[in-house]
Design a protein around this ligand. Structure first.
Ligand code: PBG
Length: 330
């Protein structure tokens, strides 16, 4: 930057002297349009259950879930993301419950799509971890997560969700080649308008703990997910992952987690001109929430964290703070 002036004729503080001018020159702003609300579903009626590691986040039975979705609609949140808390008895090595027409996600989709039509979008995860008794996202064969075997069931899971009128299918499993296979399967069955959000850049992160608690896979998980989720030391690999998924037909890509990966969001945005979502994950949520609860940081840290994700190039952010923030922005 040349000729930008110099002190004392130039004083940067002039443009910060009052709230009205700060608002006028602000470069990045957040609105409800930027927010995606993740929600946990469980069996039963009139259930609203605490999650130990995530203060103020709950597992809802479908009837209660509908009330939250209605609130999200009224606040102008465009999209929710559903995750199931599957009964432990229904978990098995192959995650068969994932392709049961009457599993929690299918029931929730039928209910919510009938109730809310197109007033709000619904995104569903495609991965096996909420359904397997070992907590992995794929099927284990010879002590390894078998890529191609896993894809076969992910295709079925995707088709089932599409049939239940899910708007966006979001594979979060990190198997190679699944985006192309799922796109082809969806097209061959006439689901040409069902979108694919690929969790293209998903790191094997230490920030997912509370989520695993929320879907009941934490105690089950044997080992780690490093043979399929990405190594957090890598940047170029993120670009290759995105390139592949874009070629295979992803409409939107996701970077996850959020705050520790702002640089990655930026390089993805600069290199691919397509919508990028980021995910402020459960561990990030819990840290900020607990910091506020203990009075260590102020409530405004929430907005700051979300705006930093926007500034880095995210078009929208999956955040457990979505309802609170949308309320505040109103
Ligand atoms: C798994 C999945 C995970 C999250 C979303 N989908 C966890 C994992 O990979 O173990 C994490 C979300 C969060 O931490 O908020 N398919």
């Amino acid at each position: 930057m040349k000729n930008i002036g110099r002190f004392p004729s130039l004083r940067m503080r002039r443009n910060r002297k009052a709230d009205w001018i700060r608002r006028l020159v602000s470069e990045h702003n957040l609105s409800a349009n930027d927010l995606i609300l993740p929600l946990f579903v469980k069996e039963g009626i009139k259930k609203k259950e605490n999650i130990d590691s995530m203060p103020n986040v709950f597992r809802y039975s479908i009837d209660e879930l509908a009330r939250v979705v209605e609130r999200a609609c009224k606040l102008g949140i465009p999209l929710i993301a559903l995750f199931p808390y599957t009964d432990q008895k229904k978990k098995d090595p192959k995650g068969k419950e994932a392709v049961n027409k009457n599993n929690l996600i299918c029931k929730a989709l039928r209910y919510l799509k009938k109730e809310f039509k197109n007033d709000i979008g619904i995104m569903c995860d495609v991965a096996l971890d909420p359904y397997t008794n070992h907590g992995h996202d794929g099927i284990i064969k010879d002590n390894k997560i078998d890529n191609d075997l896993t894809i076969e069931i992910l295709i079925k899971q995707s088709l089932l969700q599409a049939e239940m009128k899910c708007d966006i299918i979001a594979p979060s499993d990190m198997m190679d080649g699944r985006i192309g296979k799922i796109r082809t399967a969806l097209d061959s069955k006439g689901f040409k308008d069902t979108q694919l959000v690929s969790y293209a850049v998903k790191y094997a992160s230490n920030f997912y703990g509370p989520f695993r608690d929320a879907v009941g896979s934490k105690k089950k998980l044997k080992g780690d997910k490093k043979t399929y989720q990405m190594d957090f030391r890598n940047t170029n690999e993120a670009l290759r992952e995105v390139a592949l998924d874009v070629n295979e037909g992803a409409d939107i890509v996701m970077v996850k987690p959020g705050l520790p990966y702002l640089d990655i969001i930026r390089v993805v945005k600069d290199n691919f001109k397509l919508p990028v979502f980021s995910y402020q994950v459960s561990g990030e949520y819990a840290l900020i929430k607990n910091g506020i609860k203990k009075g260590i940081i102020s409530e405004e840290a929430i907005l700051e964290s979300l705006i930093s994700l926007k500034r880095s190039g995210s078009n929208a952010i999956v955040s457990y703070f979505s309802i609170d923030v949308a309320n505040q922005l109103k």
